[in-house]
Write a protein that binds this ligand. Structure first.
Ligand code: NDP
Length: 277
């Protein structure tokens, strides 16, 4: 009997995760036989749950809020981008049985921006709002695109300064509070705060978005987020949410596990049409 390879996403909460749907669509599209489920795993049960998943023959896991730091600590080996971000969203069993930890979030964001939306990052002034796990994960891949500068602004200012410090040898990066953003302009503003999840907006001064600037909220929902709506009010050339990033980071994980790169565009289009319905 051929055994179906098993994958899952662990998180808490996890009920509304789109990952099982996305991976099922990838599997159908590429003719891969696999099962992908979502499992509610609180942080205190993480190690036991991961150990039993892999002991039972599981091939790979995605980990989401609030487990990415724990997944990072769990992995036997880490890719350079996972090491830099101190967060892991993808675990994969390797040929020798070791568990590899990777972080595909940053590459997912960069692919969505540069390929799906044809947005140039090189030479651009980028503002990142928030200095949590998602901000840390996107820093490396963004800096590889050689922007003119990245400014990280956070409610807790020390966290923004510390994060900037961690990447200071990789480009022009600085950290500050929201109050320090007066009289500055950016070509791209990325909202990596979790404010959108409660329909809130980080405090932003008027005229902070340059002409033809772009707004991008890492969060996503069936309706435009507070930040996407703010971007539209600022006359952004584009004001986007993070659904494309979600699909792209999933495609990176699928490639790590299966060695096959799925086409993301039809999956993004399908998910977009479903939320418009
Ligand atoms: P964290 O909990 O690690 O960090 C949250 C950040 O948001 C902190 O910087 C926090 O500031 C800030 N924040 C929270 N509430 C507010 C508020 N009301 N006003 C201003 N700042 C606020 O979360 P993550 O970094 O893991 O996730 C951030 C967002 O990114 C979430 O919306 C998540 O859904 C999204 N995401 C999307 C992905 C995708 O594939 N599209 C992938 C990963 C994340 P402070 O430090 O002061 O508390």
């Amino acid at each position: 009997m051929i055994k179906t390879d098993r994958y899952a996403v662990f998180g808490h909460p996890i009920k509304h995760s789109k990952s099982p749907r996305i991976h099922q669509l990838f599997a159908e599209q590429t003719g891969q036989s696999l099962e992908y489920t979502a499992q509610d795993v609180p942080a205190e049960q993480f190690n036991t749950a991961v150990q039993s998943f892999f002991a039972a023959g599981g091939k790979g896991l995605n980990c989401t809020v609030p487990l990415k730091g724990l997944a990072w600590a769990f992995a036997d080996r880490k890719t350079e981008r996972a090491q830099l971000s101190q967060a892991v969203n993808t675990l994969a069993v390797q040929a020798d049985g070791a568990i590899l930890g990777d972080n595909t979030d940053g590459q997912g964001l960069v692919t969505d921006l540069t390929i799906n939306h044809a947005i140039t990052l090189t030479g651009r002034r980028i503002l990142i709002l928030g200095a949590g796990g998602a901000s840390r994960g996107i820093m490396g891949p963004l800096l590889e695109q050689v922007p003119r500068a990245i400014v990280i602004a956070n409610r807790t200012v020390d966290k923004a300064i510390d994060l900037a410090q961690a990447f200071q040898n990789k480009g022009a990066v600085s950290g500050c509070g929201f109050d320090d953003l007066q009289n500055r302009q950016f070509d791209l503003i990325l909202n990596a705060t979790s404010a959108s999840l409660s329909d809130q907006l980080p405090p932003l001064p008027d005229a902070i978005l340059a002409e033809n600037g772009v707004c991008y909220d890492l969060a996503y929902g069936n309706e435009p987020t507070a930040f996407v709506r703010w971007g539209l009010r600022q006359n952004a050339a584009k004001s986007l949410d993070g659904l494309g990033m979600l699909v792209e980071q999933a495609a990176e994980a699928f490639f790590i596990w299966r060695g096959v790169r799925p086409e993301t565009r039809p999956v993004i289009e399908l998910l977009n049409s479903e939320r418009r319905a």
